[in-house]
Design a protein around this ligand. Structure first.
Ligand code: GUN
Length: 165
């Protein structure tokens, strides 16, 4: 299938970070705010899952979440996930099916870590993303290019390439 067919078949919509997505699971049960750490402003679903598609040449721009997120590889190109932790260290997670080349079917992005992602080769990447406590746009922050560059000047060129302004 090409990306157009995948978008139709999986009923994907544009995501604000880039790429295409559809939420496929949201637990019916919720954790109340008093059962969550203070950074969450209200109740959250136990967990959520989405399909997430990056077309060739597209990217997920730098953003961060209040919860850990797990990416699951499904199909297409290997994905490079760039993570900048609070101390400024950069790491690259390689999500893909070539286990013999050190790729991983799953990658964990810790809460509060700035991250961005792109297909490593010239085709789409289809992945799943799961979050617990469940995803809420109130817990999602797109990076401002200038603020992120000021905080981590050692990563200026990567931040410029993986943000939209
Ligand atoms: N629902 C809407 N956007 C997202 C996202 O970026 N990650 C997850 N897991 N769920 C979402």
């Amino acid at each position: 299938m090409d990306t157009g067919q995948l978008i139709l078949q999986l009923e994907l919509s544009r995501h604000p970070e880039g790429g295409w997505y559809r939420e496929t699971y949201r637990s019916t049960e919720k954790i109340t705010a008093n059962g969550l750490p203070e950074r969450y402003d209200s109740a959250r679903s136990f967990g959520t899952a989405i399909y997430f598609l990056l077309e060739s040449g597209d990217f997920s721009s730098f953003h961060r979440l209040k919860s850990d997120e797990i990416w699951h590889f499904y199909s297409g190109a290997t994905v490079h996930i760039y993570m900048i932790s609070e101390d400024g260290s950069l790491s690259t997670l390689i999500l893909g099916s070539k286990l013999e080349e050190g790729e991983n079917f799953q990658a964990v992005i810790p809460a509060n870590c700035w991250f961005a992602a792109e297909p490593a080769e010239g085709v789409f990447s289809l992945v799943g993303c799961t979050v617990a406590p469940g995803f809420d746009f109130a817990d999602f922050e797109l990076a401002d290019r200038f603020a992120l560059t000021a905080a981590y000047p050692q990563h200026t060129s990567l931040i410029a390439r993986m943000t939209r302004q």
